[in-house]
Design a protein around this ligand. Structure first.
Ligand code: SF4
Ligand code: SF4
Length: 368
């Protein structure tokens, strides 16, 4: 198990050989002629590369080229939160970046059952991912209002097809630890062959959608274990590994190995803004349940940006959003604080905002 960290940019002349070196170093030569290879970038929602929402198209191209050179046919797949996959590929720069390559680019469609272990049991996952010989996981280094950061392990949640994702948000509800447990078990079941994380233009603040702020880090991280990669990302940010809920869940399952080889020496990242909601939930543990249910930040629309496109209310797993007389109305009793609406809003019109009691409790947490 090892992690590689390198300084990088999107200049393709230097990026391509760097990606090839990383893949060679992580055992990429195991890919051969008839290997079924799935490349799983973050293709959440239509967005320009400079918005830092999606894995950069140049990284996807370099990985696809590597797979082609090994003689295999790459399938680039994800299950976006909303909108047309073809439009996302066209308007987010992937069609141009992949021009001339013999690749298949399509959304996950069919599901099959896969046992990921208790308490979830057999869950529906993308058939192509379950049957792949190699999954190459390409997450974006981003903040996440519910899960603090979305890194290697969380990126595989995209292998749950379409609205099944929303169902799982609903089933795990406001229980962030249970959701983290689900994510880790999906990772363990799919076992990605390697994970290469785009931290060249990362995202800070109110991620993971367009409400977040692009942050240039100039880093490419790779590993044959996404948990080790996530631990390394936390350390780079000066966080304890267990501050990331998925790492904590992995630790409780006995899966977190903190002793692995890191190749590459980069300085600690300073001035990286984490989402505010995540800091609220990191108070004393006995308060967590109450905080989650009653005091977590709620999604609030900016009416000047909202176009009433309907994506948020179509996606909301709890049916907590309605449009009445030209305004969005949130039912905060129903809302499970999954922040999917913030994630899928194409206008960046939704933000997680604290409640008054939430602010008071946060002050108390800080004091004690
Ligand atoms: S908040 Fe965003 S997703 Fe929801 S209706 Fe408005 S623009 Fe569309
Ligand atoms: S309103 Fe937004 S945060 Fe609340 S349940 Fe619906 S999608 Fe999740």
């Amino acid at each position: 198990m090892k992690v590689i960290i390198k300084k990088a940019s999107y200049d393709y002349e230097t990026l391509r050989p760097l990606v090839f070196d990383m893949m060679n170093s992580l055992g990429g030569d195991l890919i051969e002629n008839h290997s079924r290879v799935i490349i799983k970038p973050n293709l959440l929602v239509q967005a320009k590369p400079e918005q830092a929402v999606l894995t950069h198209p140049s990284i996807v191209r370099a990985v696809a080229e590597y797979v082609l050179e090994r003689g295999a046919h790459p399938h680039i797949c994800d299950s976006p939160g909303m909108g047309s996959f073809d439009r996302l590929i066209r308007e987010s720069g992937f069609r141009d970046a992949l021009k001339g390559l013999d690749v298949t680019c399509r959304p996950f469609k069919n599901s099959t059952h896969m046992d990921i272990g208790e308490p979830f049991g057999r869950i529906e996952m993308a058939e192509e991912a379950v049957n792949a010989d190699f999954i190459i996981n390409l997450p974006k280094f981003k903040t996440h209002s519910q899960m603090l950061l979305t890194l290697g392990v969380k990126n595989l949640f995209g292998c749950v097809v379409g609205f099944r994702k929303a169902e799982w948000h609903l089933r795990t509800g406001v229980n962030r630890d249970l959701f983290a447990c689900l994510l880790v078990q999906i990772h363990q079941a799919l076992k990605p062959f390697m994970t290469i994380m785009d931290g060249i233009l990362a995202m800070e603040g109110d991620g993971p959608g367009k409400g977040g702020t692009p942050k240039k880090l100039g880093l490419l991280l790779a590993s044959n274990n996404a948990l080790a990669l996530d631990v390394t990302a936390c350390r780079l940010l000066g966080l304890r590994p267990d501050q990331l809920p998925t790492n904590q869940a992995a630790r409780e399952m006995g899966l977190l190995d903190l002793h692995f080889k890191v190749q590459g020496n980069v300085e600690r990242i300073v001035d990286f803004k984490l989402p505010e909601s995540a800091s609220l939930i990191s108070g004393p543990r006995p308060l967590h349940g109450f905080v989650r249910r009653q005091l977590l930040q709620r999604p609030v629309p900016d009416d000047s940006l909202c176009t009433l496109c309907g994506e948020c209310w179509k996606f909301c797993p709890a049916g907590a959003i309605q449009e009445t007389s030209g305004n969005l109305k949130f039912d905060y009793d129903k809302c499970i604080r999954c922040y999917c609406c913030i994630e899928v809003c194409p206008q960046g019109a939704l933000r997680a905002r604290e409640t008054l009691p939430g602010r008071l409790v946060q002050k108390l947490i800080r004091r004690f």
